[in-house]
Structures are given as C-alpha cells and as structure tokens.
Write a protein that binds this ligand. Structure first.
Ligand SMILES: Nc1ncnc2c1ncn2[C@@H]1O[C@H](COP(=O)(O)OP(=O)(O)OP(=O)(O)O)[C@@H](O)[C@H]1O
Length: 241
C-alpha cells in the first residue's frame, strides 16, 4: 500500500511565539481512514491546512503523493489541490449559488462538459439525499443539509484524499451517523479519508480506522476512547427507568 502523505519533524509557527505544531511526524497510507483528534486549540485545523496545501510549514518535510510539497512551485499547487477534496469546518458554500451549482463547482473549474456535469450532480444529489433541494440556496438549507452539499462538492471530482474538518460538529447524532456513513462509503471506494473530530465515539464506527491524536501541537499516543457517558439521573427518573 503506497504512502500518500509523509510528515517528518514538521513545525508550524504563526508569527512570533510558541510553535502551534511541533515535531509532527506521521505517514498516511493510501485508502485508509484516519481520525484526527485533540482538544480545542490542539492544532487539528492547522495540521489539516498543511495537508491540503493552504499553509506551508515553518520547518520539516511534507511529502504528498510522493513529491516534496514544501518546495512545490506555486504553479503546480492547483494541480495538487485538485487531488484533495476539502470539507471545511464552516462549509464555505457560495451563498448566491444553488445546492446543485455549489456541488458542480469543481467540475466547472476543471472545464467538464455541461451535460456530464448535470449527470454527475444528479448522482451526487441522490447520494446525499437532497434531490428535492437541488435549486435551494445554502441559506435556506439546514446545517446538516449544507454539510452534505459541502461533502458532495468535496468529492464530486473524485479526489484521491478527502480532508474533513469537524464535519459532524454542527449536526445531531443521527445526522452525524449519516455523514459518517457517507465518508465510510467513499473510503470503501478507495479514497483516503482524514477527518478531524471531537466526537470520539465516531471512531468506534469505522472498523480498521486509525487515529492520530494531537496534544498541544504534538502527536502523542492516543488514550483509550472513554466510555459513553451515562445520561443524567434526572432523565432516568423522567423516563421511569
Ligand atoms: N492564522 C492563525 N494565526 C495565528 N494563530 C493561529 C492561526 N490559526 C490558528 N492559530 C492558533 O493555533 C492554535 C491551534 O489552532 P487550530 O485551529 O489549529 O486548533 P484546533 O485543534 O483545530 O481547534 P478547534 O478544535 O477549536 O477547531 C490556536 O492557539 C489558534 O489560536
């Protein structure tokens, strides 16, 4: 199995002061599912930004698709970025475009014929269960619906790697489960998935999934996933249990 990403002693410093990421080294293998965990402020978004080439490291080596990504000339960045689908924490859907046009965006940028785009978008809308909302603007969609549109846009051009920053952060547990199912189905098709999450219990839902854990900017051995908390006693009384 090929290595798709290699970080060696990567450090990232924003301005002066402490490094936000320090001596981060890991390898991601093609076709695997990775969870990136860590407390708020541990550096998850920063690490993902290095991964999808939105940010260069302050030091260290990053190899992406077998090439040195740190010294990659600027004109080769777009080609590399097209191989990576990104689901942003805040969705970043274009407000004046419909759900269908948001999803179509990567294919339009790539210059695909409109008839092919229409077919691919139809398939994507069906896959995310939003066929009926094809013409809706993002502001009229629920958080979970916007999230699914963002996922469809990230994967429509069949990226080799999908990077998602807290994709289940703003949705209820049922929607979180559905979104995870979408990611899992992509993983089964061979896409490498990297998902930052606070939701430790999602990790149990992906058999064979790997975990990278950040603690204040350093990758450390993850502690075991804590058991699901008991409901507060008042709910038990109310439900007569
Ligand atoms: N552009 C930036 N300029 C300066 N500092 C930044 C910048 N982006 C992030 N930081 C700082 O880097 C640290 C790590 O932030 P980051 O967003 O990577 O953490 P995170 O683990 O993703 O947090 P969360 O779970 O809350 O999203 C924080 O202290 C943050 O304030």
């Amino acid at each position: 199995m090929a290595n798709i990403v290699q970080f060696e002693n990567v450090g990232l410093r924003y301005g002066a002061g402490e490094e936000t990421l320090c001596d981060v080294s890991f390898t991601l293998r093609s076709g695997q599912f990775y969870f990136l965990t860590g407390a708020s402020g541990a550096g998850k978004t920063s690490l993902l930004r290095l991964l999808y080439l939105a940010q260069r490291p302050s030091r260290g080596i990053i190899r992406l698709f077998g090439e040195d990504a740190v010294i990659l000339p600027r004109d080769r960045l777009p080609g590399f970025r097209r191989r990576i689908g990104v689901v942003f924490q805040d969705f970043r859907l274009i407000p004046h475009l419909s759900a269908a046009d948001n999803i179509a965006l990567p294919l339009r940028v790539a210059g695909m014929a409109e008839s092919e785009i229409a077919r691919a978008v139809r398939e994507m809308l069906a896959w995310i269960g939003l066929t009926e909302r094809a013409g809706a603007r993002p502001a009229t969609l629920s958080g979970g619906e916007q999230q699914r549109v963002a996922i469809a846009r990230a994967v429509i051009a069949r990226p080799e790697m999908l990077v998602a920053d807290e994709p289940t952060g703003n949705v209820d547990p049922v929607m979180a489960e559905r979104l995870l199912h979408l990611f899992h189905s992509l993983h089964r098709l061979g896409t490498t998935v990297v998902m930052a999450t606070h939701d430790w219990h999602l990790i149990d839902r992906v058999p064979g999934g790997h975990r990278l854990h950040l603690d204040r900017g350093r990758l450390v051995d993850p502690e075991p996933v804590p058991p699901m908390p008991e409901p507060p006693p008042s709910t038990l009384v109310r439900s007569g249990l």
